[in-house]
Design a protein around this ligand. Structure first.
Ligand SMILES: *Cc1c(COP(=O)(O)O)cnc(C)c1O
Length: 227
């Protein structure tokens, strides 16, 4: 049994981030519902999960006013199962996925907030859009706003390189902010809600906060190390 989520950690994070209006998403992957409940009882409402099956198992056991964020890679065929309750989908990386979110949102009469995942790190990954694909996709979405009424694009999500080199991490977060600004100007001038930057985790959220994050995704700092 690992230690309980610490009230001190949440309070410290709030003290650091709330004055700047930065929202904390508590990343609860691998955590049992009772442990999520402890943070809920401290007023935390935004929780992030990476795996559809795990989220589907936990969501019915927890209060309905939790705002669930899906922060992992999402397959289009799995959108349907989380669409009835998901609040924000952070890692949209294709038009096909966004269209499926739109279609499920429209079937249910819900608006689902979405972020485009950008590949900013030096690490090899098959997830996230490179800059050229990001601009292509943004152009398509910006030119067909009526087609995405239920899959509302609110900004960008990214992960910095896992490194002790703080200058590199800062540079990658700056890049995200710069991309957000360019996209706002070029394609989303009429979308005032396209303004969010989901960046920063336990190890690098302070840098992200200074570089313009509006959402930080914090797991181990709140819950302790994962098993
Ligand atoms: C697990 C995870 C986090 C949180 O990581 P910590 O280092 O525990 O804070 C944030 N974002 C994503 C996408 C994750 O998968």
């Amino acid at each position: 049994m690992s230690t309980l989520p610490s009230e001190g950690a949440l309070n410290r994070l709030r003290g650091e981030l709330s004055p700047a209006g930065i929202r904390i998403v508590a990343v609860s992957k691998t955590q049992a519902p009772e442990r999520i409940r402890i943070l809920y009882d401290q007023g935390q409402r935004d929780f992030g999960e990476n795996y559809v099956q795990e989220l589907l198992a936990k969501q019915p056991l927890l209060p309905e006013d939790i705002r669930w964020h899906f922060i992992g890679h999402l397959q289009s065929k799995k959108v349907r199962s989380i669409a009835p309750f998901i609040s924000v989908i952070h890692a949209v990386d294709s038009l096909h996925l966004l269209e499926e979110i739109q279609s499920q949102g429209s079937r249910l009469g819900r608006v689902i907030d979405c972020l485009l995942q950008v590949h900013i790190s030096r690490e090899e990954t098959k997830f996230g859009l490179d800059e050229a694909s990001l601009f292509d996709l943004a152009q398509t979405i910006g030119s067909r706003p009526g087609d995405f009424s239920q899959a509302r694009l609110i900004g960008l999500m990214g992960m910095a390189t896992l490194t002790d080199d703080q200058a590199l991490v800062r540079e990658e977060f700056r890049k995200m902010k710069e991309l957000l600004g360019k996209l706002q100007e070029k394609f989303f001038a009429d979308f005032p809600w396209f303004r969010e930057l989901s960046m920063g985790m336990s190890s690098d959220y302070s840098i992200a906060a200074k570089e313009g994050a509006t959402l930080v995704r914090i797991g181990s700092l709140l819950f302790g190390p994962r098993d």
